[in-house]
Design a protein around this ligand. Structure first.
Ligand SMILES: Cc1ncc(COP(=O)(O)O)c(C=O)c1O
Length: 400
C-alpha cells in the first residue's frame, strides 16, 4: 500500500488552495475549541497564510497525518465529474457499509461526519428536558448538543485509573430512568484513550432498563489492539437499542471530507432520520467506498501510529512522566503542572496539542503525528518542561 506523501496530496487540493492562498485558521481558538461541538471547523474569522498552517506540527485533532491512500484519492478524483450534479451515482456507499458490517441498508445512516450522527441522536432522543447519561471527561459534543436542544447531561466521573465507571452509569440511568433519553459511551474514550472491555459493555447493556437507547461511539475502533475490546455492532444484530457510530475521519484520513455513519436497529434509524441534514459531498461517498476496501493501507497506518505512540510514550516515561495507557492514535501525559499555559507554549513553538479536558487539568492530550512531528513534540516538551511554571498557569486550567 502507499500512504500518500504530502506532495502528491497537494496535487489533489493544490489548485484550489493555492488560488485562494489562505486558509481560515486560527490555532489559538482552534486548539482550545477542539473536541467540543462542531469546533473541528476551525475558528472562523481569522485569515492566516496557508504556509503558517502547513508549518505547524498538528497534534491536536487526532487526525491521520498521512492523508488518504492512492485508492481513495483515485476514487474521489474520479467522482469530481459529479461536482455539478444532485442525483449522481453515489458508489453504493450505504450498501457497502451494510455489507462491510453484515447488516442491512436500513440499519445504516450516513452523515457529514460521525459528529453529525451524535447531534442527530441528541435531537432524536434527548431534546426538551430529556437527559444523556455518560462519563466526564469524554467527547463532549454530545453533551453540548443535547443542552442546545433543551435537554441536559448527567455525567459520572471517570474512575481513578481513568476507566469508565460502568456501575456508576447503570445506577445513574436507573435513578433518572423516566428522564433518560440515551446513554453515551465513547469506546475507546476520547480524551483518555482507554477502552471499555466487551465484558463491561455487556454489563452496561444488561444493567440498564432494556429499552434504554445506548449510543456507542467507536471513532477510534481501528487503532485498538486490546483483545478484551470488541465492537458493539453485534448488539444491533441482536435487536438491542444500541447505536454504534464510526467515522472516516481517523484511520481513513478523510476528516476534511466529512463522512461518518451509524449502525442501529431500523426503528431507531427511522426515529433519527428526520434530523439528518443530507449534506454529504459526492467525492467522499466514492472515497468512503474505496476506503472500506483498502484494509491494507489502514493496517499500515495503524502500525506506523502504534509504533510512534510506543516510541513517544516510552521517551516520556523515561523522563519520569506518567502516561495513561492508550488504545488510540493519541495519549495523555500527566504534566504535574497546569496544562493551559503548556498548550500555549507548545503553540509558540509551532506544535499544536490537544485542548484542556477539565477536570484533568494537568493532563495533556497529544495526537500521534508523523515521525518528524513527534520529534518536534519531544524537543518542545523537554524545553517547556525544563523551565519553571509560568504565572499564567497557577490557576487550574479552564475551558475557554
Ligand atoms: C470520539 C469522537 N467521536 C466523534 C468525532 C467526530 O468525528 P467526525 O465528525 O469527523 O466523524 C470525534 C472527532 O474527533 C471523536 O473524537
Amino acid at each position: 500500500m502507499t500512504v500518500k506523501n504530502a506532495l502528491s496530496r497537494r496535487g489533489f487540493v493544490g489548485g484550489v488552495a493555492t488560488a485562494v492562498g489562505y486558509l481560515t485558521f486560527k490555532p489559538g481558538l482552534g486548539l482550545l475549541a477542539q473536541g467540543v461541538g462542531p469546533a473541528h471547523r476551525l475558528a472562523a474569522g481569522a485569515q492566516q497564510p496557508l504556509n503558517e498552517y502547513d508549518s505547524y506540527a498538528k497534534l491536536s485533532f487526532n487526525e491521520n497525518p498521512y492523508g488518504p491512500p492512492d485508492s481513495v484519492m483515485k476514487a474521489m478524483t474520479h467522482a469530481f465529474k459529479y461536482a455539478n450534479r444532485y442525483g449522481y451515482p453515489d458508489g453504493g456507499i450505504v450498501e457497502e457499509i451494510a455489507t462491510h458490517h453484515g447488516v442491512r441498508p436500513e440499519n445504516v445512516m450516513i452523515a457529514a461526519g460521525s459528529g453529525e450522527i451524535l447531534d442527530v441522536v441528541g435531537s432524536a432522543f434527548a431534546s426538551n428536558g430529556k437527559k444523556v447519561v455518560g462519563v466526564d471527561p469524554t467527547f463532549a459534543q454530545v453533551y453540548q448538543h443535547v443542552t442546545s436542544v433543551k435537554g441536559s447531561a448527567f455525567t459520572v466521573p471517570l474512575l481513578e485509573d481513568y476507566r469508565q465507571d460502568i456501575p456508576g452509569l447503570i445506577q445513574a440511568t436507573k435513578k433518572h430512568y423516566r428522564d433518560v433519553g440515551f446513554v453515551y459511551m465513547c469506546n475507546p474514550n476520547n480524551p483518555t484513550g482507554r477502552v471499555v472491555t466487551k465484558q463491561e459493555i455487556r454489563q452496561l447493556l444488561d444493567g440498564v432498563p432494556e429499552d434504554t437507547v445506548v449510543l456507542i461511539d467507536e471513532a477510534y475502533h481501528h487503532f485498538v489492539d486490546d483483545p478484551n475490546y470488541a465492537t458493539s455492532i453485534p448488539y444491533v444484530l441482536e435487536g438491542r437499542p444500541v447505536i454504534v457510530t464510526r467515522t472516516f475521519s481517523k484511520i481513513a484520513a478523510l476528516a476534511g471530507m466529512r463522512l461518518g455513519y451509524a449502525i442501529a436497529p431500523a426503528d431507531l434509524i427511522r426515529q433519527m432520520s428526520p434530523f439528518e441534514t443530507g449534506t454529504i459531498n459526492a467525492l467522499v461517498k466514492h472515497g468512503g467506498v474505496a476506503a472500506l476496501k483498502d484494509t491494507e493501507s489502514q493496517a499500515t497506518v495503524k502500525r506506523l501510529t502504534l509504533d510512534l505512540r510506543r516510541k513517544t510514550t516510552t521517551q516520556l516515561q523515561g523522563l519520569g512522566y506518567t502516561v495513561i495507557p492508550s488504545e488510540t492514535n493519541f495519549f495523555m501525559v500527566h504534566l504535574r503542572r497546569p496544562v493551559v499555559p503548556v498548550i500555549a507554549e507548545f503553540q509558540q513553538k509551532g506544535v499544536l496539542v490537544g485542548r484542556p479536558f477539565p477536570p484533568m487539568n494537568q493532563h495533556l492530550r497529544v495526537s500521534i503525528g508523523t515521525a518528524d512531528e513527534m520529534d518536534r513534540f519531544m524537543v518542545a516538551f523537554k524545553d517547556i518542561m525544563s523551565r519553571p511554571i509560568t504565572t499564567a498557569g497557577r490557576g487550574e486550567g479552564r475551558l475557554q
